[in-house]
Each structure stands twice: as C-alpha cells, then as structure tokens.
Design a protein around this ligand. Structure first.
Ligand code: ADP
Ligand code: MG
Length: 405
C-alpha cells in the first residue's frame, strides 16, 4: 500500500495572490479587492460597482464553497446583489474559522476576504497545467465537468478527463490549445477565447516556474466570456533563486509554528499522525521512508527534510524540532549522501544526541559520500545509536523499537 501523502507545498499563495499573477499576465479573472475588515469590504463593493458581488474567504484549502464558518455562516463563497449585505457577510467571515473538507475539523481562521465582481456563470469546466514526471514535462488536463471535485469525475467518468502533453522545448501549439478548448465544450467564438486563455495560462506556468496551475472553475458566462474563477498555483522550490518576488509572497499564516521554525533553518517540516520521526534529505526519500515505515506496520510522526548543502548546526536544529513533538517515540534518520556529506550528518547527530539528551531510540541509515567515516563517528561515539544497512532494515528496526515500548 502506498501512503497517500499530500504534504503542503513549501510555498503557499492565497487565491488573490495567484489571481494577481494571472491578471498581471493577461489572464482573465474577475475584478477584485482584498480586505481584512467588514468596512473595507463594503467600500470595496461600492468601488466595484457591479451588478452582483461575490465574497470569497481566503484560506489555502479548497472546497470553500461548501465550507462552514464557526460563526454559523454556511459557505466560504457568497453572492449578493445588495452591497449593504456585503458588510454583514464579511463580518461573519473575517476572524472566524472556516472548515472545509480539506481543512482540519476545527477549520482555518479567515483573515482576508476577496470582494470580487460576480458574473453569471453558465458553465463550469476544469482546467489545469501540471508538471508531470510520467510525461517528462507539462501536461494540460481538462474536463467539461468542472466546479466540482475533479477527483470524483476522474473516478466516475474517466472518459471526461482530457490530457494534452506539451513539449516544453516546442511550447504549446495552437492546435493543442484549440483541441483542449473543444474538449472542454467551448463552442463558437468561445472556443478561440478559451484557447487563448489556455495559452496565456501556459505562458504564465513557464514564466513563474510553476509545477501546477489549477483553475476550477474555468467558466463561461452568460455574456459570452471565458473567465478563471478560482486559482491554485504550486511552484518549483528549486526556482526560488529566480522567482524571488513570488517566494517573498509566501503566506505562512496558516502554517503550524513548528513548520515556520523549521523554515528558519532552511528545513522543511511536515507533520503526520504516527510516532516515528523521519529525518531525511529530499522529498522523494521522505515519501519512500514513510511508505516503508507503513509497510512494516509503523506510522510516521512527521518528516523533516534537510535538502542539500547541509551544515552541522542544521542537523542539531532538526533533532531539536523532531524531539519537541511529544508524539515521537523513535527517530529514523535516512540520509543519502550525494551532495550531503555523511560525516557532517554523523557529527551533527552525535552532538545533538549529547546536548539534547535524547530519550527515544535512534535508528540511522546513512549511504553515499563519506559513509565509512560517518559510521566510525557514530560507532565510536558510545551513544545508543542503532545502525541500519539499508532502508528496509532501518524501517524494521525503528518499528520494532516503538513496538517494544
Ligand atoms: P472553492 O473551490 O474553494 O470552493 P471557488 O472559487 O471555486 O472556491 O468557488 C466556488 C463556487 O463559487 C464556484 O464553483 C462558482 O460556482 C462560484 N463562484 C466563484 N467565483 C464566482 C464569481 N466571480 N461569480 C460567480 N460565481 C462565482
Ligand atoms: Mg474551486
């Protein structure tokens, strides 16, 4: 069984931030303001001077439309023709928690609301661009049945999911954009409009080093316009050096404090439900480590990703963070030293063990650059560290150490 891990992205943008990027790049989104008080919401509604206004709670989770506020208000997305109601609605949104099927049960606090021009949507489709490993590049994914849960459509009507593989060197072809627009069910002049939006979204995807641009609904209005009504963008972490403006927008307000603490040391922390802490380098290795713990009957408590270019002090901080979690009953270190030097990790581990007076079993699997020196450091340390020869062995030993307790 493979684990269903969908860790939060390193960089999180709210809908309004994604839409700003889209609007700046010529993609069609509705006019909007972002506010954090009810008064501002009312002012924004007046300025928009639209026939109808939509208020949208800004939280990172999806499924807002069907969410419920702790104030009792139903729906994280509200339409109204009466600007006076805008203030009242905003009052029941801002400062309250919104629970959706993608949030924890208690929901997530809403600090900002988007006040936008509402449009009469006649049809909702789904459109996304993903960087897809199995296609070795970007792929367009679309369905004429949008607005709803796309996973449901994929499960019940897989024939309604259309894909278009893009050659990243050649770029998107007109014929591909047109075919997708047609598959999404856009007819007549709407087909060209939709194809045009698709091309603009693709150009944006490339320009901002996205790994995913998802628009659901990608809708058509009764007035014959194709509009991106919702937006979720994920970014390639490795592109941070050339996307500084975007990464500076990172919204960490919904992170766990521990995630932010980890970020201070350039570490990525993902909390999970089990009791075995995983200390790894690289997201792929993190997933594999979690999978193999599950396969051996254990449960990961979290994982902390060191990334490349590690310093000894970071290893110490990592241990401090991992052991601060009371759920943790054992630690599994699984590091593959490619860029990372195993000896640095080993020194960091022994230092952390001594200074933090580690109380839980520690299983270490190191592999790669300088591994022999690293093993010598660990074995001559006199510390109760269990060495493992490979990932399987490490997982078995970690699971066993927890079971013994
Ligand atoms: P979520 O995906 O979090 O539920 P959406 O932004 O997709 O949030 O909004 C939910 C629904 O609200 C959409 O499917 C659409 O029907 C409606 N909606 C969103 N924005 C507008 C708008 N500007 N005008 C009219 N309806 C809208
Ligand atoms: Mg949506």
């Amino acid at each position: 069984m493979a684990t269903q891990l969908t860790p939060r992205r390193w960089l999180n943008l709210q809908e309004y931030q994604s839409k700003k990027l889209m609007a700046d790049n010529g993609v069609k989104v509705q006019r909007f303001f972002v506010v954090d008080t009810a008064n501002e919401a009312l002012e924004a509604a007046k300025k928009l001077n639209a026939k109808e206004i939509v208020l949208k709670a800004q939280i990172l989770a999806g499924g807002r439309g069907k969410g419920i506020f702790s104030s009792g208000l139903k729906g994280g997305v509200h339409l109204t023709k009466d600007p006076k109601v805008v203030g009242q609605l905003a009052k029941q949104m801002i400062g309250y928690n919104l629970a959706t099927k993608q949030t924890p049960k208690e929901g997530v606090k809403v600090n900002k609301v988007m006040v936008a021009e509402a449009l009469d949507i006649s049809r909702e489709t789904y459109f996304a661009i993903l960087m897809d490993r199995s296609c070795n590049g970007p792929v367009l994914v679309g369905s004429p049945q949008g607005g709803v849960d796309i996973e449901e459509v994929a499960a019940s009507n897989p024939e309604l999911i259309f894909k278009e593989q893009i050659d990243i060197i050649e770029g998107i072809k007109d014929s591909q954009a047109q075919r997708m627009a047609e598959n999404l069910g856009f007819l007549g002049p709407l087909k060209n409009q939709a194809a045009d939006e698709i091309k603009k979204l693709y150009n944006l995807f490339l320009k901002i080093d996205a790994t995913q641009v998802e628009v659901n609904p990608f809708g058509e209005t009764t007035e014959g316009q194709v509009v991106c009504f919702d937006a979720k963008i994920n970014f390639d972490d490795n592109a941070e050096f050339r996307q500084k403006d975007i990464f500076a927008m990172d919204d960490r307000s919904e992170n766990e404090p521990i995630e932010n603490e980890a970020a201070r040391y350039d570490l990525k922390y993902i909390g999970l439900d089990g009791n075995i802490a995983c200390f790894v380098n690289g997201a792929g290795l993190a997933m594999a480590t979690c999978d193999i713990i599950f396969l051996n009957g254990g449960k990961p408590a979290n994982f902390l990703d060191l990334g490349g270019g590690v310093k000894e002090a970071q290893v110490y901080q990592a241990f401090k963070l991992l052991t601060a979690d009371p759920k943790v009953e054992a630690i599994l270190v699984n590091i593959f030293g490619g860029i990372v030097n195993c000896a640095i990790i080993a020194n960091g581990i022994t230092k952390a063990c001594r200074e933090l007076e580690l109380k839980v079993p520690l299983v270490v699997r190191l592999e790669g650059t300088n591994v022999h020196e690293a093993q010598d450091i660990l074995s001559s340390s006199g510390l109760p560290i269990t060495s493992a020869v490979d990932l399987e062995d490490a997982a078995k030993k970690a699971v066993a150490s927890v079971a013994k307790k």
